[in-house]
Design a protein. Structure first.
Length: 110
């Protein structure tokens, strides 16, 4: 895909809606955990090999540069060339900020 140039115009985001508990439960499984999770971005001008933030030593909580869903969507919009501060209006003319006032992770964007 990189050799064809498709990644110049295609943004790939790999993520889930949550992480997993850092420790196994009584049944040897891992439960839902919304405090710390991974997101991978590539293509569309996103800087490659960059790590933003870190977790504590057991992967339970952010240790540095916590990033929430509103920053993730703002970064996606900006990488796609969409102004993340834009507002859309519903059929009743009520305003909705498209990125819920999130700020893009500028260090990721070329």
């Amino acid at each position: 895909m990189a050799a064809s140039g498709l990644l110049d115009e295609t943004l790939i985001v790999v993520m889930g809606e949550m992480g997993r508990t850092p420790k196994a439960n009584k049944g040897a499984g891992r439960d839902h955990w919304s405090y710390c999770y991974d997101v991978l971005f590539t293509g569309a001008g996103v800087k490659q090999g960059l790590v933003v933030g870190s977790s504590d030593k057991i992967g339970a909580y952010p240790a540095s540069r916590p990033v929430g869903p509103e920053a993730i969507i703002a970064t996606i919009y900006e990488a796609m060339g969409i102004d993340s501060t834009a507002t859309i209006f519903d059929t009743a003319d009520r305003p909705y900020p498209i990125a819920q006032r999130g700020k893009p992770i500028r260090q990721m964007l070329a």
